[in-house]
Design a binder for this molecule. Structure first.
Ligand code: NAP
Length: 255
Protein backbone atom coordinates (compact mmCIF):
# COMPACT_ATOMS: atom_id res chain seq x y z
CA UNK A 1 0.00 0.00 0.00
CA UNK A 2 1.37 3.45 -0.93
CA UNK A 3 1.10 5.77 2.08
CA UNK A 4 0.15 9.43 1.88
CA UNK A 5 3.18 11.76 1.97
CA UNK A 6 1.78 13.12 5.26
CA UNK A 7 2.10 9.73 6.99
CA UNK A 8 5.28 9.68 9.07
CA UNK A 9 7.71 6.91 8.28
CA UNK A 10 8.23 4.93 11.50
CA UNK A 11 11.90 4.15 12.13
CA UNK A 12 13.57 2.06 14.83
CA UNK A 13 17.26 2.89 15.33
CA UNK A 14 19.30 0.18 17.05
CA UNK A 15 21.85 2.28 18.87
CA UNK A 16 24.61 2.40 21.42
CA UNK A 17 26.96 4.24 19.03
CA UNK A 18 27.82 7.83 18.12
CA UNK A 19 26.38 7.26 14.63
CA UNK A 20 23.02 6.26 16.13
CA UNK A 21 23.09 9.46 18.23
CA UNK A 22 23.77 11.53 15.10
CA UNK A 23 20.93 9.88 13.20
CA UNK A 24 18.46 10.45 16.03
CA UNK A 25 19.54 14.09 16.25
CA UNK A 26 18.95 14.57 12.50
CA UNK A 27 15.67 12.70 12.24
CA UNK A 28 13.86 13.28 15.52
CA UNK A 29 12.76 16.88 14.85
CA UNK A 30 11.45 16.03 11.38
CA UNK A 31 7.68 15.48 11.14
CA UNK A 32 8.10 13.15 8.19
CA UNK A 33 9.56 10.58 10.55
CA UNK A 34 8.55 8.92 13.78
CA UNK A 35 11.81 7.75 15.34
CA UNK A 36 12.45 5.46 18.30
CA UNK A 37 16.04 4.85 19.42
CA UNK A 38 16.79 1.62 21.24
CA UNK A 39 19.59 1.11 23.77
CA UNK A 40 20.49 -2.22 25.36
CA UNK A 41 20.78 -0.69 28.84
CA UNK A 42 24.36 -1.84 29.43
CA UNK A 43 25.53 1.45 30.96
CA UNK A 44 23.92 2.96 34.04
CA UNK A 45 24.17 6.53 32.74
CA UNK A 46 24.07 6.32 28.95
CA UNK A 47 24.25 9.33 26.68
CA UNK A 48 20.65 9.58 25.53
CA UNK A 49 19.81 10.16 21.86
CA UNK A 50 17.43 12.98 20.90
CA UNK A 51 13.73 12.11 20.65
CA UNK A 52 11.97 8.96 21.83
CA UNK A 53 14.18 6.35 23.47
CA UNK A 54 13.48 2.86 24.78
CA UNK A 55 16.00 1.02 26.94
CA UNK A 56 16.49 -2.72 27.50
CA UNK A 57 16.48 -6.02 25.63
CA UNK A 58 13.58 -6.89 23.33
CA UNK A 59 13.48 -10.55 24.34
CA UNK A 60 15.15 -12.21 21.36
CA UNK A 61 13.89 -12.36 17.78
CA UNK A 62 10.25 -12.87 18.79
CA UNK A 63 10.38 -9.93 21.20
CA UNK A 64 11.72 -7.72 18.42
CA UNK A 65 9.05 -8.95 16.00
CA UNK A 66 6.39 -8.03 18.58
CA UNK A 67 7.96 -4.60 19.08
CA UNK A 68 8.04 -3.88 15.33
CA UNK A 69 4.39 -4.80 15.03
CA UNK A 70 3.19 -2.95 18.17
CA UNK A 71 4.97 0.22 17.05
CA UNK A 72 4.08 -0.05 13.34
CA UNK A 73 7.76 0.22 12.35
CA UNK A 74 8.42 0.68 8.61
CA UNK A 75 12.22 0.68 8.72
CA UNK A 76 14.90 -0.60 11.10
CA UNK A 77 18.29 1.10 10.98
CA UNK A 78 20.84 -1.14 12.62
CA UNK A 79 23.41 1.38 13.81
CA UNK A 80 24.66 -0.86 16.61
CA UNK A 81 28.38 -1.41 17.25
CA UNK A 82 30.20 -3.69 14.75
CA UNK A 83 30.90 -6.14 17.61
CA UNK A 84 27.24 -6.27 18.73
CA UNK A 85 26.65 -9.38 16.62
CA UNK A 86 23.61 -10.81 18.39
CA UNK A 87 21.34 -7.79 18.05
CA UNK A 88 22.33 -7.47 14.37
CA UNK A 89 21.50 -11.12 13.76
CA UNK A 90 18.19 -10.73 15.63
CA UNK A 91 17.34 -7.61 13.62
CA UNK A 92 18.00 -9.38 10.31
CA UNK A 93 15.77 -12.31 11.28
CA UNK A 94 12.99 -10.18 12.80
CA UNK A 95 12.86 -7.83 9.80
CA UNK A 96 12.72 -10.70 7.36
CA UNK A 97 9.94 -12.45 9.28
CA UNK A 98 7.98 -9.19 9.70
CA UNK A 99 8.55 -7.94 6.18
CA UNK A 100 10.10 -4.75 7.55
CA UNK A 101 12.94 -3.05 5.65
CA UNK A 102 16.38 -3.22 7.29
CA UNK A 103 19.27 -0.86 6.64
CA UNK A 104 22.63 -1.56 8.30
CA UNK A 105 25.06 1.24 9.07
CA UNK A 106 28.48 -0.36 9.21
CA UNK A 107 31.30 2.05 9.87
CA UNK A 108 34.50 1.25 7.95
CA UNK A 109 37.12 -0.85 9.70
CA UNK A 110 40.53 0.53 10.55
CA UNK A 111 43.22 -0.55 8.07
CA UNK A 112 46.93 -0.66 8.82
CA UNK A 113 49.18 2.14 7.54
CA UNK A 114 52.99 2.40 7.42
CA UNK A 115 54.43 2.09 10.92
CA UNK A 116 51.58 0.04 12.38
CA UNK A 117 52.62 -3.25 14.02
CA UNK A 118 49.33 -5.13 14.01
CA UNK A 119 48.58 -8.71 14.94
CA UNK A 120 45.03 -9.43 13.78
CA UNK A 121 43.21 -12.23 15.56
CA UNK A 122 39.83 -13.88 15.17
CA UNK A 123 38.51 -13.65 18.74
CA UNK A 124 39.16 -12.48 22.28
CA UNK A 125 40.63 -15.82 23.42
CA UNK A 126 43.33 -15.60 20.72
CA UNK A 127 43.90 -11.93 21.62
CA UNK A 128 44.51 -12.88 25.25
CA UNK A 129 47.01 -15.66 24.58
CA UNK A 130 48.91 -13.76 21.88
CA UNK A 131 49.15 -10.49 23.81
CA UNK A 132 50.39 -12.33 26.94
CA UNK A 133 53.14 -13.85 24.77
CA UNK A 134 54.08 -10.49 23.25
CA UNK A 135 54.19 -8.29 26.35
CA UNK A 136 54.17 -7.89 30.12
CA UNK A 137 52.30 -4.58 30.48
CA UNK A 138 49.13 -4.59 28.40
CA UNK A 139 46.64 -1.82 27.69
CA UNK A 140 43.21 -3.48 27.38
CA UNK A 141 40.61 -1.41 25.53
CA UNK A 142 38.08 -4.10 24.63
CA UNK A 143 35.15 -2.99 26.78
CA UNK A 144 34.18 -4.39 30.15
CA UNK A 145 32.43 -7.62 29.19
CA UNK A 146 35.25 -9.49 27.47
CA UNK A 147 37.94 -9.59 30.12
CA UNK A 148 37.56 -13.12 31.51
CA UNK A 149 40.00 -14.59 28.98
CA UNK A 150 42.77 -12.28 30.22
CA UNK A 151 42.39 -13.48 33.82
CA UNK A 152 44.33 -16.64 32.92
CA UNK A 153 47.64 -14.72 32.79
CA UNK A 154 48.66 -13.89 36.39
CA UNK A 155 52.18 -12.70 35.46
CA UNK A 156 50.96 -9.99 33.08
CA UNK A 157 49.97 -6.50 34.28
CA UNK A 158 46.90 -4.88 32.68
CA UNK A 159 45.73 -1.31 32.35
CA UNK A 160 41.99 -1.78 31.74
CA UNK A 161 40.02 1.13 30.30
CA UNK A 162 36.23 1.02 30.17
CA UNK A 163 33.27 3.36 30.56
CA UNK A 164 31.94 1.58 33.64
CA UNK A 165 33.41 -0.86 36.18
CA UNK A 166 34.40 -4.05 34.35
CA UNK A 167 32.72 -7.36 35.05
CA UNK A 168 34.71 -10.02 36.96
CA UNK A 169 36.69 -12.22 36.66
CA UNK A 170 39.52 -9.74 36.18
CA UNK A 171 43.26 -10.36 35.79
CA UNK A 172 45.20 -10.64 39.05
CA UNK A 173 47.42 -7.61 38.37
CA UNK A 174 45.54 -4.63 37.00
CA UNK A 175 44.63 -0.96 37.23
CA UNK A 176 41.23 0.31 36.07
CA UNK A 177 40.68 3.60 34.23
CA UNK A 178 37.04 4.64 33.89
CA UNK A 179 36.89 6.88 30.82
CA UNK A 180 34.59 7.55 27.87
CA UNK A 181 35.99 8.61 24.48
CA UNK A 182 36.73 10.43 22.30
CA UNK A 183 40.42 10.43 23.19
CA UNK A 184 43.25 12.69 22.07
CA UNK A 185 46.34 11.13 20.39
CA UNK A 186 48.85 13.15 22.51
CA UNK A 187 47.10 12.13 25.73
CA UNK A 188 47.01 8.51 24.55
CA UNK A 189 50.77 8.62 23.95
CA UNK A 190 51.36 10.03 27.43
CA UNK A 191 49.14 7.32 28.93
CA UNK A 192 51.04 4.54 27.14
CA UNK A 193 54.41 6.00 28.18
CA UNK A 194 53.46 6.67 31.81
CA UNK A 195 52.26 3.09 32.27
CA UNK A 196 55.18 1.60 30.27
CA UNK A 197 52.71 -0.25 28.05
CA UNK A 198 54.31 -2.76 25.69
CA UNK A 199 51.16 -4.12 23.92
CA UNK A 200 47.79 -2.54 23.08
CA UNK A 201 44.74 -4.81 22.76
CA UNK A 202 41.70 -3.52 20.89
CA UNK A 203 38.73 -4.52 18.80
CA UNK A 204 38.74 -3.30 15.19
CA UNK A 205 35.86 -1.00 16.02
CA UNK A 206 36.59 1.58 13.32
CA UNK A 207 35.49 5.21 13.63
CA UNK A 208 37.37 8.24 14.88
CA UNK A 209 36.40 8.36 18.58
CA UNK A 210 38.84 5.67 19.71
CA UNK A 211 41.37 5.70 16.85
CA UNK A 212 43.84 7.85 18.83
CA UNK A 213 45.18 4.84 20.73
CA UNK A 214 46.11 3.21 17.40
CA UNK A 215 47.92 6.40 16.34
CA UNK A 216 49.72 6.57 19.70
CA UNK A 217 50.83 2.92 19.47
CA UNK A 218 52.15 3.58 15.93
CA UNK A 219 54.10 6.66 17.07
CA UNK A 220 55.69 4.70 19.93
CA UNK A 221 56.31 1.51 17.91
CA UNK A 222 54.05 -0.52 20.24
CA UNK A 223 52.44 -3.69 18.82
CA UNK A 224 48.65 -3.83 18.62
CA UNK A 225 46.66 -7.04 18.98
CA UNK A 226 43.49 -6.31 17.05
CA UNK A 227 40.38 -8.49 17.22
CA UNK A 228 38.69 -8.85 13.83
CA UNK A 229 35.00 -8.08 13.47
CA UNK A 230 32.41 -10.83 13.74
CA UNK A 231 30.56 -11.70 10.54
CA UNK A 232 27.39 -9.70 9.95
CA UNK A 233 24.21 -11.03 8.35
CA UNK A 234 23.73 -10.17 4.69
CA UNK A 235 21.71 -6.94 4.47
CA UNK A 236 21.48 -3.64 2.68
CA UNK A 237 24.43 -1.75 4.09
CA UNK A 238 25.88 1.78 4.05
CA UNK A 239 28.93 3.18 5.79
CA UNK A 240 28.11 6.66 7.13
CA UNK A 241 25.29 8.62 8.72
CA UNK A 242 25.01 10.88 5.66
CA UNK A 243 24.52 7.75 3.51
CA UNK A 244 21.75 6.62 5.88
CA UNK A 245 20.01 10.01 5.66
CA UNK A 246 20.15 10.01 1.85
CA UNK A 247 18.92 6.41 1.74
CA UNK A 248 16.02 7.19 4.11
CA UNK A 249 14.96 10.22 2.12
CA UNK A 250 14.78 8.05 -1.00
CA UNK A 251 12.97 5.29 0.93
CA UNK A 252 10.35 7.77 2.15
CA UNK A 253 9.73 9.24 -1.28
CA UNK A 254 9.24 5.83 -2.93
CA UNK A 255 6.91 4.31 -0.33
P1 NAP B 1 24.88 -8.03 21.48
O1 NAP B 1 25.80 -9.02 22.07
O2 NAP B 1 24.74 -7.97 20.03
O3 NAP B 1 23.42 -8.19 22.07
C1 NAP B 1 23.10 -8.98 23.20
C2 NAP B 1 21.64 -8.74 23.52
O4 NAP B 1 21.46 -7.44 24.07
C3 NAP B 1 20.74 -8.78 22.30
O5 NAP B 1 20.41 -10.08 21.94
C4 NAP B 1 19.56 -7.94 22.77
O6 NAP B 1 18.77 -8.68 23.68
C5 NAP B 1 20.25 -6.87 23.58
N1 NAP B 1 20.59 -5.67 22.80
C6 NAP B 1 21.78 -5.37 22.20
N2 NAP B 1 21.73 -4.18 21.61
C7 NAP B 1 20.49 -3.70 21.83
C8 NAP B 1 19.84 -2.50 21.48
N3 NAP B 1 20.46 -1.52 20.79
N4 NAP B 1 18.53 -2.34 21.88
C9 NAP B 1 17.90 -3.32 22.59
N5 NAP B 1 18.48 -4.47 22.94
C10 NAP B 1 19.76 -4.66 22.58
O7 NAP B 1 25.24 -6.56 22.00
P2 NAP B 1 26.47 -6.05 22.93
O8 NAP B 1 27.74 -6.31 22.21
O9 NAP B 1 26.25 -6.54 24.31
O10 NAP B 1 26.19 -4.47 22.86
C11 NAP B 1 25.11 -3.91 23.56
C12 NAP B 1 24.94 -2.47 23.12
O11 NAP B 1 26.15 -1.75 23.34
C13 NAP B 1 24.59 -2.32 21.65
O12 NAP B 1 23.57 -1.36 21.54
C14 NAP B 1 25.88 -1.84 20.99
O13 NAP B 1 25.64 -0.97 19.91
C15 NAP B 1 26.57 -1.12 22.15
N6 NAP B 1 28.02 -1.20 22.07
C16 NAP B 1 28.64 -2.42 21.97
C17 NAP B 1 30.02 -2.48 21.89
C18 NAP B 1 30.73 -3.81 21.73
O14 NAP B 1 31.97 -3.81 21.63
N7 NAP B 1 30.03 -4.93 21.71
C19 NAP B 1 30.78 -1.29 21.92
C20 NAP B 1 30.12 -0.07 22.01
C21 NAP B 1 28.74 -0.04 22.09
P3 NAP B 1 17.43 -9.45 23.20
O15 NAP B 1 17.90 -10.52 22.28
O16 NAP B 1 16.81 -9.98 24.44
O17 NAP B 1 16.58 -8.44 22.52
Amino acid sequence: MRLSPATPCRILILGGTSEAMELAAHLSGNREFGVISSLAGRTAQPRLPAGEVRIGSFGGVQGLIDFLSANAIDLVVDASHPFAARISSNAAKACQLSNVTLLVLERPQWSPVAGDRWYEVQDMGSAASLSAELGRRLFLTVGRQDLAQFAAFPRVWFLIRSIEMPDPPLPLQHEILLRRGPFDPREEMTLLQEHRIDVLVSKNSGGSATYSKIVAARELGIPVVLVKRPLQPVACCVSSTSDVLAWISNFKSTR
